[in-house]
Design a protein around this ligand. Structure first.
Ligand code: NAD
Ligand code: ZN
Length: 353
């Protein structure tokens, strides 16, 4: 097998790099040397510069969200194109890009529908952990390693399909914009596209982590006059207050179900309720209300995500408060500990490579 140094000409060669491998659930990730194959037709290889850690990655490590293992996890990443496979036209080596957990092929019925964003080529709903040709580009200790959601960002290099990557503004600060792969569109889009929060409304947000905090910012920007934040970790409350939460509830300190308390506080219940924990028991439906799911905030990923980056650069939106911790990539297990630690006030940890 041909191996190369990270900094020399690597196109068409296998790259040997460091990656965090999830060998199984309920165990720490292990930093290993990973062989990353060159991209095949319609694929690109990316040098990762930063990656957020999403609650979904945590659910996978806890065994609550089943994906094929061993795998390289992570689906929220920013990087630079190292090389491209045959037929790739939308990006070229050297381009700054974001990786997209929901691809956009622009050919399937969902991509062609004006409101559709769940491209049929996604690998989230029934994950195979493989590229579209049914194989993997990752090998470690002579064993094939799975991809995650067609992205895999907890590695120095990854291979993704052209439809799961998008070029962003050259001026993008690469240590920050990774969260525009998932956290920012998911939270903002749930409010702006799915719920369409109206001025003067009352909102309740269950979970004040990364997604919940982005939801709070968007509710405030939509003119909500009351935002009730619910979390079991009260260390999250001061930051949430600064983002716009007006009232706080810790379900552990309540003698009644939190839903009942919300109804008592508001008279008839909130106008808009957002579930950003990952629990179905926090959902509350009365007659005349609508329950909607929202995948990546209903944004068409390749069409809309570069625009969010540009909006950030032009200061039309702010994402800075959503990143509270940064770690060197090799300290990824410490980052997961901080995310789960109830003595911490973490919104989002970003790994820097
Ligand atoms: P996170 O870990 O940053 O935040 C979760 C928050 O919930 C934490 O603040 C935690 O203290 C709180 N919490 C946990 N149990 C609770 C309980 N019983 N009652 C109240 N609060 C509780 O995670 P995140 O990155 O914000 O992700 C949140 C959820 O959103 C996850 O389930 C994730 O899978 C999901 N998600 C969905 C999409 C989508 O497109 N639909 C995208 C990304 C993430
Ligand atoms: Zn995510």
């Amino acid at each position: 097998m041909e191996q190369t140094e990270l900094s020399t000409d690597t196109a068409n060669k296998v790259i040997l790099c460091r990656a965090a491998i999830a060998w199984r659930a309920n165990a720490p990730l292990s930093i290993e040397l990973l062989e990353v194959d060159p991209p095949k037709a319609c694929e690109v290889r990316i040098k990762i510069l930063s990656s957020g850690i999403c609650g979904t990655d945590l659910h996978i490590l806890e065994g609550r969200n089943k994906v094929p293992l061993p795998a390289v996890l992570g689906h929220e990443g920013a990087g630079i194109i190292e090389s491209v496979g045959e037929g790739v036209t939308s990006v070229k080596p050297g381009d700054k890009v974001l990786m997209l957990p929901l691809p956009e092929c622009r050919e399937c019925c969902f991509c062609l529908h004006p409101k559709g964003n769940v491209c049929v080529k996604e690998d989230i709903l029934s994950p195979t952990g493989l590229m579209l040709d049914g194989t993997s580009r990752f090998t470690c200790k002579a064993q094939k390693i799975h991809h995650l959601f067609g992205t895999s960002t907890f590695t120095e290099y990854t291979v993704v399909h052209e439809i799961a990557v998008v070029k962003i503004d050259d001026a993008s600060p690469m240590n920050k914009v990774c969260i525009i792969s998932c956290e920012v569109p998911t939270g903002f889009g749930a409010v702006f596209n799915t719920a369409k929060v109206t001025p003067g409304s009352t909102c309740v947000v269950f979970g004040l982590g990364g997604i919940g905090s982005a939801i709070v910012m968007a509710c405030k920007a939509s003119g909500a006059c009351r935002i009730i934040g619910v979390d079991i970790n009260e260390n999250k409350f001061p930051r949430a207050r600064a983002l716009g939460v007006t009232d706080f509830l810790n379900p552990r300190n309540l003698k009644k179900p939190v839903q009942q308390v919300v109804v008592e506080m508001t008279g008839f219940g909130a106008d808009f309720a957002f579930e950003a924990i990952g629990l179905i028991d926090t959902m509350l439906i009365n007659s005349g209300r609508t329950l909607k799911g929202s995948f990546l905030g209903e944004y068409k990923s390749r069409d809309c995500i570069p625009k969010l980056v540009t909006d950030y650069l032009q200061k039309k939106i702010n994402i800075d408060p959503l990143i509270t911790h940064t770690f060197h990539f090799e300290r990824i297990n410490n980052a997961f500990e901080v995310l789960q630690d109830e003595n911490e006030n973490c919104i989002r940890c970003v790994l820097l490579f």
